[in-house]
Write a protein that binds this ligand. Structure first.
Ligand SMILES: Nc1nc2c(ncn2[C@@H]2O[C@H](COP(=O)(O)OP(=O)(O)O)[C@@H](O)[C@H]2O)c(=O)[nH]1
Ligand SMILES: [Mg+2]
Length: 200
């Protein structure tokens, strides 16, 4: 797994704006792209909002209908910066994902246990694109508890894919999901001569 997807400018480089509202810490060394995907209304925007250390952006995607992509930033361990991209969940907008998958080191698939199938296209797309992912069941109050085995079976997940629960409204919970993804990436990354730096 190559984490050098985007190299950050050295800390001494001039800032792009005179007074950035929330500058990157000087310790930041690398930044990577992480996707937050899943069906419509599963909590993607909520997760990005709860965990982002910058005010999340709503970037317009594509040249056709105006479609928002959630963009957020999270610094892990002071050195690794995650840029979160949350593309729209509606399946008729999935053509946008072709570009969104590019360069992503991994993804979080959010699911609502009341309608697991809504997140299946995301799982399918990531598998076809070779993007590693974890699945997080966002615990809505009236959602039924879903045994992990049932969830795995419904989404046809390989045993190696971590499945966790979360409350996308809570920063700590959302951060925990991202940590699960990073650990999964470290666990599954091919061995190299120099081991990858620990993110946390
Ligand atoms: N109770 C509860 N509500 C949530 C949670 N996550 C999202 N919501 C609500 O579910 C709705 C859809 O969430 P949103 O983030 O917009 O979904 P998206 O379409 O995947 O971006 C919003 O009204 C959120 O406030 C959660 O963990 N618990
Ligand atoms: Mg949204």
């Amino acid at each position: 797994m190559d984490y050098s997807v985007y190299e950050l400018p050295p800390p001494s480089s001039p800032a792009p704006h005179p007074s950035p509202p929330d500058p990157l810490p000087d310790s930041a060394e690398r930044s990577v792209k992480v996707l937050v995907v899943g069906g419509f209304g599963v909590g993607k925007t909520t997760l990005v909002d709860s965990v982002s250390e910058i005010r999340p952006l709503r970037a317009a995607a594509g040249t056709g209908p105006r479609v928002a992509v959630d963009v957020g930033r999270v610094t892990c361990g002071g050195r690794l910066v995650l840029y979160l991209f949350g593309p729209p969940g509606q399946q008729h907008l999935w053509f946008l994902l072709d570009g969104v998958l590019d360069g992503a080191i991994g993804a979080v698939v959010l699911v609502d246990t009341r309608r697991l199938h809504d997140s299946f296209p995301a799982v399918d797309r990531l598998e076809r694109g070779g993007v590693p992912f974890v699945v997080a069941a966002n615990l809505f109050p009236d959602a039924p508890l879903c045994p992990a085995g049932d969830l795995r079976a419904t989404l046809d997940l390989p045993g190696s894919v971590p499945v966790v629960t979360c409350d996308a409204r809570r920063t700590g919970s959302s951060r925990g999901v991202l940590l699960t993804l990073l650990r999964h990436l470290h666990t599954t990354a091919p061995r190299r001569d120099t081991p990858p730096r620990r993110a946390m």
